[in-house]
Design a binder for this molecule. Structure first.
Ligand SMILES: *Cc1c(COP(=O)(O)O)cnc(C)c1O
Length: 400
């Protein structure tokens, strides 16, 4: 079935939408996708072994400049495994930004550990290194070469920067803090494939980073994820844990409880075809963002995510802020209007410190995440968004 044959009002990212509706963020299959998937069916390599899995891992590792890439069934599973290989133990704590999709916070819980939610900074909406420093200074103590949270008595073991909306966090600042307090850094780069920090690709310099290939992400495999690292032992451990921790694959001996987190050859086939187009996808996303920036700059009451001087954003999902006083209506009213007019748009995620799912976790001095969440409106940002469609979005926002 092609996209246009499917009529759906579903808000599922990547789902097909009603004729005439401009989707928020849908995939683009303009390359060898059909060819490679057919190759899987013709060769009977449909499951979790096969040449496309290795090829997809290699092409992603090469693209981001990491030594190893290990495929996983989705981005959430990739983060879960990355936390385990980084040494996270049950009842330890991980510093997680308050403004994120819930997946990284959930992954911390899968490991039996606890997220502590930290605020974002106002310019790029990413985890604020200064607030991490403040949290450590005010809430933690350094005891027996361990960072201990004074309130919970738990060890703070890791920091989990989430590069949201295509823009990188201040990686060097976070790494410096992590080195000082012996924290592991596990990067959630699921929304930011193709982004660079100080000219380095995200994933190239991190201890371990994760990507997602869900339907709405920069490239898609339908569902899928990847763990990248340049640490040989961690890569081997990630592969072991994602494949049921098989110690003797002939006699089926397993020394540990592992996970079935493998990606299939069919999914990887899509991934290989998508990787061949990644440069043009990133360029197109940046063009879309540049057009929105140029055309919306003069509208009163709009706020923009600034691209940091050290950042090359992959501009995954273009998002603006609405100042109710100056713009005239609030973000939720604008969202309703846009969606009623066939322009799919959505708010950002409920900040984690308000999430009932994480009500038992601690949070520290959060204010910016709440303000950005209150004001944010994400706009259509598909690679396939055409000029006329983007003009329609722009004039719908300007009309007021
Ligand atoms: C998409 C996403 C993930 C992973 O999602 P999956 O659907 O499991 O691939 C993780 N973190 C963030 C911030 C995301 O946006």
């Amino acid at each position: 079935m092609s996209n246009t044959e499917v009529i759906s009002t579903s808000f599922e990212p990547g789902a097909a939408v009603k004729d005439g509706t401009i989707p928020l963020c849908v995939p683009e299959f303009g390359g060898n996708e059909w060819l490679y998937v057919k190759e899987c069916l013709d060769s009977n390599w449909v499951s979790s072994a096969g040449p496309f899995v290795n090829r997809f891992e290699q092409s992603l590792a090469e693209y981001v400049g990491a030594k190893h890439a290990v495929a996983a069934v989705n981005g959430t599973a990739a983060i879960h495994i990355a936390l385990l290989v980084a040494g996270l133990q049950p009842d330890e704590e991980v510093l997680v930004p308050a403004l994120t999709f819930i997946a990284p916070a959930n992954a911390v819980r899968y490991a039996g550990a606890w997220p502590v939610f930290i605020d974002i900074e106002p310019n790029h909406w990413q985890l604020d290194p200064q607030k991490v420093v403040d949290f450590i200074a005010q809430q933690c103590q350094w005891t027996d070469a361990k960072l201990i949270n004074k309130k919970t008595r738990r060890r703070v073991r890791a920091v989990l920067p989430v590069h949201i909306l295509g823009h990188p966090c201040d990686v060097d600042a976070l790494n410096e803090i992590a080195n000082k307090y012996e924290l592991a850094v596990v990067e959630d780069a699921t929304e930011s494939l193709g982004a660079r920090y100080k000219a380095r690709m995200l994933g190239s310099q991190s201890a371990v980073a994760c990507f997602s290939f869900n339907g709405n992400k920069l490239i898609t495999t339908g569902g899928g994820g990847m763990i990248v690292t340049s640490n040989d032992a961690w890569a081997e451990r990630a592969r072991y844990l994602t494949t049921q921790a098989k110690d003797d694959p002939f006699e089926y001996v397993h020394n540990e409880v592992g996970f079935n987190y493998r990606l299939t050859n069919i999914q990887a086939a899509l991934g290989c075809a998508q990787m061949e187009q990644i440069e043009s996808f990133v360029n197109r996303k940046r063009e879309i963002a540049a057009t929105y920036n140029r055309e919306l700059r003069s509208v009163g009451g709009l706020g923009f995510m600034k691209e940091a001087p050290w950042a090359f954003s992959s501009s995954w999902l273009y998002t603006i802020r609405i100042d109710k006083q100056e713009y005239g209506v609030d973000s939720r009213t604008l969202l309703q209007e846009l969606n009623r007019n066939g322009i799919q748009s959505r708010p950002l995620w409920q900040p984690m410190h308000h999430s009932p799912a994480h009500k038992d976790s601690q949070s520290f001095n959060i204010e910016i995440a709440d303000a950005v969440h209150r004001d944010a409106v994400s706009l259509p940002s598909s690679v396939g968004l055409n000029e006329l469609e983007q003009e329609r979005v722009i004039s719908a926002i300007r009309r007021r």
